[in-house]
Design a protein around this ligand. Structure first.
Ligand code: P6P
Length: 336
């Protein structure tokens, strides 16, 4: 018997009752993001064909100027959000300031979106998986152009969060606060189809993910935890495996499925950590908590951090709850 296929659009409509008092706006916003993800996926999959597409700064066979893929992705998501009518402003990794998308279509739009349109784009040239990460809030200011007040909200205020991973297959994974669901793009019908319902991360794991090249400059508690991961102890399955793709979404997605911890601590080069709070850490932190995991800056919950600026960075320890708790214990001992 043919298995029932649930597309992203059908799922969102079915779950629309999840959103209190919503009249479909958030559903339409998620749909707009899904559309842009399909357009970005098409270009990402061609990225290797530079000779056909042309080098950056040249024009392609259609005579269109060739954009860097992360600029292209940024333009696609902002364009989809502008025409969708539900979002009034975007905070993007690609734009220093907030991008107001106020127009006749969305003059009463209630939501703002924080987005990293193509994280890890330096990996494109070596054919490593990359991703889009997004976070959605209700605006706080009553009307007119959104401002920083609308964006500097704690991660606990998110109404939806998700990511797209452009890998061996393209998946969209998101939460609206009632669990985490994963959709795999079926190119034959151009639809994201429910493939990973109610995703849960194992509370423990045997994979640790960190750029050990920064070891010398890491806080001593983090160094101690890395050594703990490397010790021989059959009762806890150690030594754990070290896996580091260098693409946040890919490392995160693997750990979500298999269990594990991803760490980007403060380093000499990045004294506040490298990863961005608003459009990388907060959305992934909500997703991992909704899947039963934890996300910490080493001392406390990522989602409780009060943002002070749009592109603020934070240290990040995220994944299986027992592993994050263990890392926090090593860090707190260091400080004692
Ligand atoms: P490093 C990619 O540039 C990125 O922003 C994340 O996707 C990734 O986890 C991290 O940086 C890798 O940083 O310093 O280890 O190369």
């Amino acid at each position: 018997m043919r298995q029932k296929v649930t597309t992203l659009g059908q799922f969102i409509i079915e779950r629309q009752s999840d959103f209190p008092f919503a009249k479909g706006e958030l559903s339409r916003l998620l749909r707009d993001i899904g559309i842009a993800a399909k357009l970005v996926n098409r270009e990402v999959n061609k990225a290797g064909l530079v000779d056909i597409l042309g080098e950056l700064g040249t024009t392609n066979v259609q005579g269109e100027s060739v954009k860097k893929l992360d600029v292209f992705a940024n333009d696609e998501f902002i364009s989809a959000l502008s025409s969708g009518g539900e979002c009034c402003a975007v905070g993007s990794e690609e734009n220093e300031e907030i991008v107001s998308i106020q127009n006749q279509v969305n003059k009463d739009a209630k939501y703002i979106v924080c987005i990293d349109p193509l994280d890890g784009s330096s990996n494109i040239d070596v054919n490593v998986s990359i991703g889009t990460i997004f976070s959605i809030y209700r605006r706080i200011t009553p009307s007119g152009h959104a401002d920083l007040t609308d964006f500097l909200q704690k991660g606990t205020e998110q109404v939806a969060a998700g990511y797209v991973i452009y890998g061996s297959s393209t998946m969209l994974v998101y939460t609206t606060g009632r669990g985490v669901n994963g959709f795999t793009l079926d190119p034959s019908i151009g639809e994201f189809c429910l493939s990973h319902p109610d995703m849960r991360i194992p509370e423990n794991g045997k994979i640790y993910s960190i750029n050990e090249g920064n070891y010398v400059h890491m806080p001593s508690g983090v160094k101690s935890y890395i050594k703990y991961c490397q010790e021989e102890d059959t009762t806890t399955g150690r030594p754990f495996s070290s896996r580091y793709i260098g693409s946040l979404v890919a490392d995160f997605h693997r750990n979500l499925l298999k269990g594990g911890i991803f760490m980007y601590p403060a380093t000499a080069k990045s004294p506040n950590g490298k990863l961005r709070l608003l459009y990388e850490c907060n959305p992934l932190a909500w997703i991992i908590e909704q899947a039963g995991g934890k996300a910490s800056d080493g001392q406390g919950r990522i989602l409780e951090l009060k943002p002070e600026s749009l592109h603020q960075r934070t240290p990040l320890f995220i994944g299986s709850s027992k592993m994050v708790e263990m890392a926090e214990q090593f860090i707190s001992k260091q400080e004692a």
